[in-house]
Design a protein around this ligand. Structure first.
Ligand code: ADP
Length: 485
């Protein structure tokens, strides 16, 4: 089976969050299962190409039209971690992918529509005819539309399209003119039964187009599949998803258990497994050295996160202060826009003399590994969370999650006191309401448990580390869906 992913992220080359991790690790699992996989991403200027093997020009000239303009693109090919990657490099006057970042510029819709079209043009011109085109989020959600309306009639043969929704909040809202620029009749899509946005009727909604036109839709956890069919979780597309629920499937994300392996992780000062958890202490010591924290027998609570509203930044701030009140230590590794960071820059400054807090406002993959390994607990107070990978990474590194019971967090973290799961499946602390009291309720219990029940805490670590968060079962679910097509 030949699968082509068309996406905006691929970890670690171009990663903002979990989407990049998923494209990388799911593709690796498909290859392991014998599929042929290619991944098409933009050639961003911020990619570190020294990590890409055998980088070469695959196609020097690929001309596509944007409105009245004809624009040339170069297609590069290389491999990373055994995966075949195609990079689209537009020679566009607006320097679409040479802006130093992946998202956040005012022309995001225009550039990713352009990218989607270029990917299809490449497949058409090279007569690749893959079996499955797998697209991700609003970024490439126009592809199923472009195929049915433009590229299938031009001769592109594929067996089916799969759209994975990693996050309902971002839907790619743009004008009909954006579609016209791609060669469609933009105004004809501004209808409720086509791509008209339900809230802003003068705008086109790209994710809605993907939902209408894709053969199969998946989302990243079974619980999130239920949530997005409600007004609270659907961000105005809940009714549409209900209409299409027969083609909607919730499949839990996995993690890359090779990259995230405490037994072999090169970023740790001491490797460890569930059989020698005491070595985790060396990483805790190193984490303290890194942040110049005080030594002592108190827990380290951690958070590695983007600071988007979705992640509950006000609750992360609250958790930092509450942890200090309770005699614990906190380390935070967080990234975000200037606006999102502002409050945390101030907090960092206010706490700079405090030897119980370490705050790093950056994106730092290496430090993330040390935090998962060195911390005792990991807090995720999300307002909503489609799947969440950090709770699984924490568990794999013997760090106990404290999570709000929402989306995929509710599918993976089970409270040691209140869960209905059997005792041996309870792996952390949860709370229901995303407010300060909710955080206190779970965080206080976790800190008390750590302080008063060291033996039971060790057992909890043991259980978590032995859980299977690999892609083995979820990748098979995807393959079964592909086979249906
Ligand atoms: P989301 O995709 O919404 O950001 P996920 O939990 O699905 O959330 O995935 C987050 C991924 O991004 C994890 O691999 C996490 O370690 C990583 N990550 C988040 N923030 C940072 C950061 N500041 N530095 C390094 N890695 C980060």
């Amino acid at each position: 089976m030949h699968i082509v992913h068309i996406a905006s992220e691929l970890a670690p080359l171009a990663k903002v969050g979990g989407l990049g991790d998923v494209i990388h690790s799911l593709s690796k699992e498909f290859v392991r299962l014998g599929a042929k996989v290619e991944i098409i991403i933009p050639r961003y200027d911020c990619i570190d190409f020294s990590k890409v093997k055998n980088l070469h020009v695959e196609k020097k000239e690929l001309v596509i039209s944007e409105g009245k303009h004809k624009i040339n693109n170069t297609i590069w090919k290389g491999t990373f971690d055994g995966l075949d990657i195609l990079f689209i490099d537009p020679h566009h006057p607006k320097d679409y992918f040479n802006q130093g970042t992946i998202y956040g510029s005012s022309d995001d819709a225009a550039k990713f529509i352009y990218f989607s079209k270029a990917a299809l043009e490449y497949l058409l011109q090279t007569k690749k005819n893959p079996d499955i085109l797998h697209v991700h989020d609003w970024i490439s959600a126009l592809i199923p539309v472009l195929i049915k309306e433009m590229y299938a009639p031009l001769g592109l043969k594929i067996k089916g399209t799969v759209l994975t929704i990693h996050n309902m909040e971002h839907q790619g809202k743009c004008t009909p003119f954006h579609l016209t620029q791609a060669g469609l009749k933009g105004d004809s899509f501004l209808k409720p039964e086509k791509m008209q946005d339900p809230l802003l009727p003068e705008l086109i909604n790209l994710l809605k187009g993907g939902i209408e036109y894709a053969d199969i839709i998946t989302t990243v956890s079974p619980n999130y599949e239920q949530e997005i069919k409600t007004p609270q979780g659907g961000f105005s597309l809940d009714k549409l998803l209900l209409e299409h629920q027969n083609k909607l499937h919730g499949i839990l994300n996995g993690i890359d258990i090779e990259t995230w392996n405490p037994e072999k992780d090169p970023y740790l000062v001491a490797n460890f497994s569930s059989k020698n958890i005491e070595k985790k202490q060396d990483n805790k010591k190193q984490l303290r050295t890194h942040f110049q924290l005080k030594e002592g027998n108190f827990p380290i609570v951690a958070s590695v996160t983007r600071l988007a509203r979705q992640k509950g930044p006000h609750l992360i701030k609250h958790a930092i202060l509450r942890t200090l009140e309770k005699g614990g230590q906190f380390v935070l590794l967080a990234s975000g826009s200037k606006d999102e960071m502002k409050e945390f820059i101030e907090l960092k400054d206010a706490l700079k003399e405090n030897k119980n807090v370490g705050i790093c406002l950056d994106n730092d993959e290496m430090l993330a590994h040390l935090i998962y390994a060195g911390a005792d607990m990991f807090i995720i107070p999300s307002i909503f969370e489609p799947c969440g990978l950090t709770q699984m990474l924490s568990l794999r590194y013997g760090t106990i999650p404290i999570a709000r019971r929402t989306g995929g967090l509710a599918d993976t973290v089970f409270d040691i006191d209140t869960s209905e799961k059997p005792q041996h499946e309870r792996n952390g602390f949860t709370f229901d309401f995303p407010d300060a009291e909710g955080v206190n309720w779970a965080l206080d219990r976790a800190i008390n448990f750590f302080n008063n029940h060291p033996k039971k805490w060790q057992n909890l670590i043991h259980l978590g580390m032995k859980q299977d968060f690999s892609w083995v079962s979820s990748a098979k679910q995807y393959l079964n869906l592909y086979k249906e097509l």
